[in-house]
Write a protein of this length. Structure first.
Length: 212
């Protein structure tokens, strides 16, 4: 598996949780943010976009401008911290307590053409005209772009294009990813769905049941 970096977005307003620090909420006794960072423990670097409180010491910290400016602004802030040589990026929300290393590797394999026969045979790696990113889709077929892996070059180009049209703060992920070739991946592995995000207290209760 080639080197990849990870950007974890942890700066949302959590309006449906009364504005608490949502990524710091525990699931199975561990903050959701830390669970996501553990799932990309082999990424280099790991970049957290959000408050620094409680973050592991080996994680780079940055903030979007303005703070609370939305996922596109946050992703752009993380992308700006990437070393130039990094080609692959896991872009993840910090409220994915069910994300696992296995799920991240599934995405990396889909993008990098390294799946083994257990997933339907080896695919050629994408080149010019190939796919730009992969992300999970939920069980209703809804794309989960903040649970995905992306090629850095086309993602940077997408940010440049969008920035010429409007400010990144408040922009939608749909607008950012418009025009990119994205492969949607349903989760077929063992265990709960890695794309499950926690926006409400009820979501947290469901996640707790899964990790017991």
């Amino acid at each position: 598996m080639r080197r990849y970096a990870a950007v974890v977005l942890a700066g949302g307003a959590a309006r449906r949780m009364d504005g608490v620090d949502k990524p710091a909420r525990p699931v199975g006794g561990r903050p959701m943010r830390d669970r996501v960072l553990a799932a990309v423990g082999d990424a280099a670097p790991r970049i957290l976009v959000g408050p620094p409180t409680g973050a592991p010491p080996d994680v780079l910290i940055t903030r979007e401008s303005p703070p609370g400016g939305g996922p596109v602004a946050a992703a752009g802030a993380g992308l700006a911290r990437l070393p130039a040589e990094v080609e692959l990026l896991a872009l993840l929300a910090a409220d994915l307590p069910l994300l696992t290393r296995e799920a991240v590797r599934e995405l990396l394999g889909e993008l990098d053409g390294q799946l083994d026969g257990a997933r339907g045979g080896r695919r050629p790696a994408a080149g010019p005209g190939g796919i730009d990113g992969v992300c999970f889709v939920d069980d209703t077929g809804r794309r989960q772009p903040l649970c995905g892996v992306w090629r850095v070059a086309p993602l940077r180009a997408a940010f440049t294009r969008l920035a010429t049209q409007r400010p990144l703060a408040g922009a939608s992920l749909r607008a950012l990813l418009h025009g990119l070739a994205v492969r949607e991946v349903p989760w077929r592995g063992a265990g709960p769905p890695p794309w499950f995000d926690c926006d409400t207290d009820e979501d947290l209760r469901r996640a707790e049941e899964w990790v017991r």
